[in-house]
Design a protein around this ligand. Structure first.
Ligand SMILES: *Cc1c(COP(=O)(O)O)cnc(C)c1O
Length: 197
């Protein structure tokens, strides 16, 4: 039922959502599904730390890019993309630096990425922005884009552990295969529905 609600909220199909025990679990699922030891994961040097922890846990190589003024520099990140880059994580706004990239900047960046790269946009704080980047056109165009949101921040439900990812039905199908069958508990889901309403 929460996935249907999210479908209405984002104007996407319910099959384009995966629920997680917090969006931290979605980050871990991305690692399980996509990362092999010879893959590279591209992150900013002061990005949310869980991306790096998951990448290291899966034995992948972490490529950290400099963040002048504590902000993700998307030009530098683009230059660091290699044949082996599998995942790129961009939290905008970021935690712990509180900095964000503009919607236009992110749009240009996503368009510039080669086919083999999966772009993961962490929208934990998107609701606090006046003009957040909208990943849905890129998802509809078939780019490998996965966005993640959480009920922990704007809704204040961190202790209940509920977040979600959204993307193409194919991408979500792959992530669904890697999760535990009962990963998102019913109290958290009921509360999330109430929060959306
Ligand atoms: C809080 C946070 C999350 C996820 O939190 P969950 O409680 O696991 O949903 C993800 N990314 C960033 C940048 C965060 O600050």
């Amino acid at each position: 039922v929460l996935r249907e609600k999210l479908g209405q909220y984002h104007e996407l199909d319910p099959s384009q959502f995966i629920l997680g025990n917090g969006s931290n679990e979605i980050i871990e699922l991305l690692g399980h599904v996509f990362l092999d030891p010879d893959d590279e994961v591209l992150v900013g040097e002061h990005a949310f730390v869980v991306y790096k922890l998951v990448a290291l846990l899966m034995g992948a190589r972490v490529v950290e890019t400099a963040m002048p003024n504590l902000t993700h520099d998307l030009n530098t990140m683009r230059e660091e993309v290699s044949e082996r880059t599998k995942l790129i994580f961009l939290p905008s706004p970021n935690n712990p630096t509180g900095t964000a990239n503009t919607a236009r900047e992110i749009d240009t960046f996503v368009h510039s990425l080669p086919e083999h790269v999966i772009f993961c946009l962490d929208e934990a704080y998107a609701e606090y922005q006046e003009v957040p980047f909208d990943p849905r056109p890129h998802i509809r165009e078939g780019r490998k884009v996965l966005a993640m949101r959480t009920f922990s921040k704007i809704h204040g439900l961190a202790g209940l552990r509920i977040g979600y990812g959204y993307g193409s039905p194919e991408m979500i199908g792959l992530l669904q295969q890697a999760r535990q069958p009962f990963n998102a508990n019913s109290v958290a889901q009921a509360t999330a529905i109430a929060a959306l309403e």
